[in-house]
Design a protein around this ligand. Structure first.
Ligand code: NAP
Length: 301
C-alpha cells in the first residue's frame, strides 16, 4: 500500500506551530506548498524552503494529496476547510493539527466525506519546542486505513503518534490533555509565587523540586522564565483559554462540572482583559503573586 501513502502535503496555517511543521515536512520531502491567511508569511516560508510557485489556490490544492491545517480555533478551521474543499481531488486527506472541539472534527469529516475526501483529527502537544524538533505527541482520530496512509506525515512532525480511535477521539484526548496542562500551570504558578514570598533562591528551588516528586515539564521548562518575568515563550494563554472552553463544553455535555476548568477560564480571561493574552500560560503567576500582595497589605494595616 506504500504507493497510497500521503506525500504531497500543503500546510495551511503558518503560525508558531505551522511554520516548524512545514520545515520538518520539507526536510522529509513531503511538502509541496504552504498557505496562510496573511499572505506575507506564506511568501516568506515559500522562499525560505524554495517551494514551487503555483498559479492560484486551485492549482495548489488540486496537486496535494494532503492538506495539514494548523489554525487558531473552530470557526477559523471551518472557514479555511470550506475555502479549499472544492479544489481537492477525491482521495485526498485533510489532517487537522489545530485544537478544536471533537464536534467540529466530526462535522468537517462528514462535510469532506460527501466529496470523497477523508479527515483526520491530529491535535498535538509538545509546544513550539516540540514542533521545531519534530518531536510532537500526536493524538489521532481516524479511520485505520487513513491513519496508515498518513504515517510518513506524522513521523516527520512527531515522535509519539497514537491512534486514539475514530474521528473526534484525537480532539477528545487533547481536551483531557489541556485540563491537565491547566492544572499543572495552576499548581506550579501558585507554588512558585509562594516560594518567591518565602524569599527562597528561585534557581535552587526550581532545580531541587524538578528532581523530586513534584518535578514536571512545565516547572523545568517554564519555571526559570516565569520567575524572571519572561512570558514571550511557548503557548499563548489566549489559546489555552480557547481550549478550556472546549473542555468546559465537553464536561457540561456529560452533566458534570470540573472546578479546575472554570477557575482556569476565569483566571486566563482576567489576564486577557489585562492585556496579557499573547503571553505564555506561565503568566498565570502574575495573579498568584497578587494573592500574596493582598496578605502583605493586610499585615501592614
Ligand atoms: P498562532 O501562532 O496564533 O497562529 C495561528 C494561525 O492560524 C496563523 O497562521 C493564522 O493566520 C491562522 N488563522 C487564525 N484565524 C484564521 C482564519 N480565520 N482564517 C485563516 N487562518 C487563520 O497559533 P499556533 O500557536 O500556531 O497554534 C495553532 C493551533 O495549534 C491552535 O489551535 C493551538 O491551540 C494549537 N496548539 C498550539 C500549541 C502551541 O504551543 N503554540 C501547542 C499545541 C497546539 P495569520 O497568520 O493570518 O494570523
Amino acid at each position: 500500500m506504500s504507493e497510497n501513502k500521503l506525500n504531497k502535503v500543503v500546510v495551511y496555517g503558518l503560525g508558531a506551530m505551522g511554520r516548524p511543521m512545514a520545515r520538518n515536512l520539507k526536510d522529509n520531502e513531503l511538502l509541496i506548498g504552504v498557505k496562510n491567511r496573511t499572505e506575507g508569511k506564506a511568501i516568506a516560508i515559500s522562499n525560505e524552503l524554495d517551494l514551487p510557485e503555483f498559479e492560484d489556490d486551485e492549482e495548489l490544492f488540486s496537486q496535494a494529496d494532503c492538506v495539514l491545517t494548523c489554525v487558531a480555533a473552530d470557526d477559523d478551521l471551518k472557514q479555511v476547510v470550506h475555502g479549499f474543499i472544492d479544489h481537492l481531488q477525491p482521495g485526498a486527506v485533510v489532517i487537522d493539527c489545530s485544537t478544536v472541539s471533537p464536534n467540529t472534527a466530526r462535522t468537517l469529516s462528514d462535510d469532506l466525506a460527501s466529496q470523497g475526501i477523508s479527515f483526520i483529527d491530529a491535535p498535538v502537544s509538545g509546544g513550539v519546542e516540540g514542533a521545531k524538533k519534530g518531536s510532537l505527541s500526536i493524538m489521532v482520530g481516524a479511520d485505520r486505513e487513513q491513519y496508515k496512509r498518513a504515517s510518513d506525515v506524522f513521523a516527520a512532525i512527531g515522535s509519539q503518534i497514537t491512534h486514539m480511535g475514530r474521528v473526534g477521539q484525537g480532539q477528545a484526548t487533547k481536551a483531557v490533555n489541556q485540563v491537565m496542562v491547566a492544572g499543572v500551570a495552576q499548581a506550579v504558578c501558585s507554588a512558585l509565587a509562594m516560594a518567591e514570598n518565602c524569599n527562597l533562591d528561585m534557581k535552587k528551588t526550581i532545580e531541587v523540586l524538578s528532581a523530586g516528586a513534584a518535578g514536571n515539564w512545565f516547572l523545568e521548562n517554564r519555571g526559570n522564565t516565569m520567575v524572571n518575568d519572561e512570558f514571550n515563550v511557548g503557548f499563548k494563554l489566549s489559546l489555552l483559554h480557547k481550549d478550556l472552553k472546549i473542555c468546559q463544553s465537553a464536561v457540561q455535555e456529560s452533566g458534570a462540572t470540573l472546578p479546575l476548568i472554570n477557575d482556569s477560564i476565569e483566571a486566563y480571561a482576567q489576564l486577557m482583559a489585562m492585556g496579557h493574552g499573547d503571553e505564555d500560560i506561565s503568566a498565570l503567576i502574575r495573579l498568584k503573586r497578587k494573592l500574596f500582595e493582598k496578605q502583605e497589605d493586610k499585615a501592614d494595616e
